[in-house]
Design a protein around this ligand. Sequence first.
Ligand code: TXA
Ligand code: MG
Length: 348
Amino acid sequence: MQTILEDMRSGISEEGIRLGGEILKQGGLVAFPTETVYGLGGNALDAEASAKIYAAKGRPSDNPLIVHIADWEAIRAIVSEIPEAAKQLADAFWPGPLTMILNKSDLVPYATTGGLETVAVRMPVNPIARALIRAGGGYVAAPSANTSGRPSPTKAEHVAEDLNGKIDMIIDGGTVDIGLESTIVDLTDGAPTILRPGYINQEMLTKVLGEVEMDRGLIAPESGVHPKAPGMKYRHYAPKADLIIVEGEAEKVRRKINELVQQQISEGKKVGVIGTDESLSYYKDGDVRSIGSRKDEITIAQHLFGLLREFDESDISVIYSEAFETPQIGQAIMNRLIKAAGHQIIRV
Ligand code: TXA
Ligand code: MG
């Protein structure tokens, strides 16, 4: 398949949006930018389009897709009821990087929800995404536009790496703003519960709803409780190299990483280090890269997935990373980093 590449980095092309919308209506797949990560879109109400999404990503079909809408009114057709909490969250955070789990209506095929009676709904803020959703009929199922198991794409180049030749169109909207997937909140089962942490954090949600819980499967993976979002149980974002997080007081972390790097080098191994603008100069050896600045935590979120992809292109066999428990997005950043590291953490 020839994948059409539409460049909208310097502005929306009406023509391109019209073409993308046509492709979606005919059951095809269009990758597009959102404020979180790039999505791989198909018509959410068309079971065959959803099947194509799973095939292109190599994704297990029991892992449900998020339905993207562009207007509040659109939600009525795809859910069986709208709880008060959903209205409050929409008022506060839509359009934006928040996904709500609600009970689905009959209009949404099980192929889209992975067989579940619930549906994930999100209204993105990115103008290209919103225009495309409207042009495509109003309901766009879109997982992250990566091959299953690889880091989510934060640039159109990442999408092309994984999906070129497998989908109809890629819209390039430049680098995304946030770099981590949306926060997922379940509103179908007792107290509102965070199933996946993101830019909209627990404190922000609590301010709107009162009490908001964190999925037990997320905070205590060793407890044997399975995460409630099916996708959170899969090994994700795993780089080819062994990734190990070193956590603790800044000074001690730097010393420990330098020591570990020396050890690996003496064994003839190639080593990578993930530090920040503030710590870069402390690391003497190895392939040292800055993920961003602790003074501007969004830069850390933005670069995480891209950096993991960069290391995959090198022949490095071990990567040591600092921990990034930053105030607002730290929980989301660490959720992704810890998964990428397969839970390998050294505490100093
Ligand atoms: O930021 C985002 O959410 C991006 C952009 C493209 O919007 N999309 C995204 O989709 O991250 P995906 O498919 O990579 O992740 C969706 C997550 C998975 O962990 C999935 O299991 C969960 O949402 N999910 C979807 N529907 C669900 C449902 N009905 N109940 C529980 N979890 C659900
Ligand atoms: Mg994903």
